[in-house]
Ligand binder design. Structure first.
Ligand SMILES: C[S@@+](CC[C@H](N)C(=O)[O-])C[C@H]1O[C@@H](n2cnc3c(N)ncnc32)[C@H](O)[C@@H]1O
Length: 287
């Protein structure tokens, strides 16, 4: 999910400039299901012809040794919307929110849950009050299973908006984390501007890490973006890094780093397989 290909372009440019041997050995694969975005990415990456290949899904990717990197991919995965109800006996049960038509209008319809995987995963939730609305991202669990199957040796680095499970399903978060945005405006419902709005939900990091461990991946670190980038800077010599950059790049970096901007809300989880005694990753040295 490389969107317009800027991250890929930055990685390849800096590898070519600073680590030519690494660049010579590097093969870059982009997993992108949408042809329109593949076209956009190949325009951005025109200077790297022959270096990059596209695959439309993880399934279509050959087993690899290397790093799987994703940024804001899992928050775009489809989620199940669920709502808690009090049963006659006083216990809490869950219903799923389905979409129906009321005359010509889309509306939600609450129905019992017969999806086995969803019911099983609900057992992991902490107790929630009645009428508590939230989401469950089962697609992200299938995704990490598929990635781990393809990774022969190396790392999976996931950057996304999320919380550990207890924080995700904390009693006060009673309206869930689903967000609908169009033209940088928050919309009230996913039934507004259908096809144009960006619909996201936060990631339950605990569930991802648990499923990853069950698939043979080892957690190598988790922290927020501020600490991750600061750790890497300190390894590279942060002062010189700030001195060399123009003011636009400096402003961009501040947005990524500042705790009130993206520094805290974005987090990083690193997983590994068969990396033996590889040194710890610099991004996790501060947290
Ligand atoms: C919000 S963008 C991510 C931002 C982008 N990684 C960046 O850093 O600019 C989501 C990307 O994931 C892609 N995507 C959506 N579903 C996907 C899937 N199942 N597998 C891989 N990529 C997917 C989208 O087409 C898009 O390129």
């Amino acid at each position: 999910g490389a969107h317009h290909g800027e991250f890929a372009c930055d990685v390849l440019e800096s590898a070519r400039k600073d680590c030519p041997d690494f660049f010579a050995a590097l093969r870059y694969r982009i997993i992108e299901p949408f042809p329109v975005l593949q076209d956009r990415q190949s325009e951005t990456l025109a200077g790297f012809e022959g270096k990059i290949e596209w695959r439309e899904s993880i399934d279509a990717l050959e087993p690899f040794v290397g790093v799987h990197f994703s940024n804001e991919l899992l928050d775009a995965a489809p989620v199940h919307l669920i709502v808690s109800v009090k049963t006659k006996t006083g216990s809490t049960d869950w219903l799923e929110k389905f979409v129906t038509l009321n005359d010509d209008e889309f509306a939600f319809l609450h129905q019992p849950i017969d999806n086995r995987k969803l019911r099983d995963h609900l057992q992991k939730l902490p107790a929630c009050p009645a009428s508590y609305e939230t989401e469950m991202n089962l697609a992200s669990l299938d995704w990490i299973e598929n990635v781990s199957r393809k990774l022969a040796r190396g790392y999976v680095i996931i950057v996304d908006y999320g919380y550990p499970r207890d924080e995700f399903y904390a009693p006060h978060r009673s309206a869930g984390t689903l967000q609908v945005r169009a033209q940088h405006r928050l919309l009230a419902s996913p039934f507004e501007q259908i096809g144009h709005a960006d619909i996201t939900a936060h990631v339950d990091w605990t569930s991802i890490a648990e499923r990853a461990a069950a698939c043979g991946l080892q957690v190598k670190g988790s922290t927020d973006q501020h600490h991750f980038i600061t750790g890497i800077f300190s390894e590279l010599g942060r002062d010189s890094l700030w001195q060399d950059v123009d003011s636009k790049t400096k402003r961009g970096l501040q947005t990524l780093l500042h705790p009130e901007m993206l520094g805290r809300s974005l987090q990083v989880l690193a997983l590994a397989k068969n990396v033996g005694l590889a040194p710890p990753l610099a991004g996790f040295k501060f947290g």
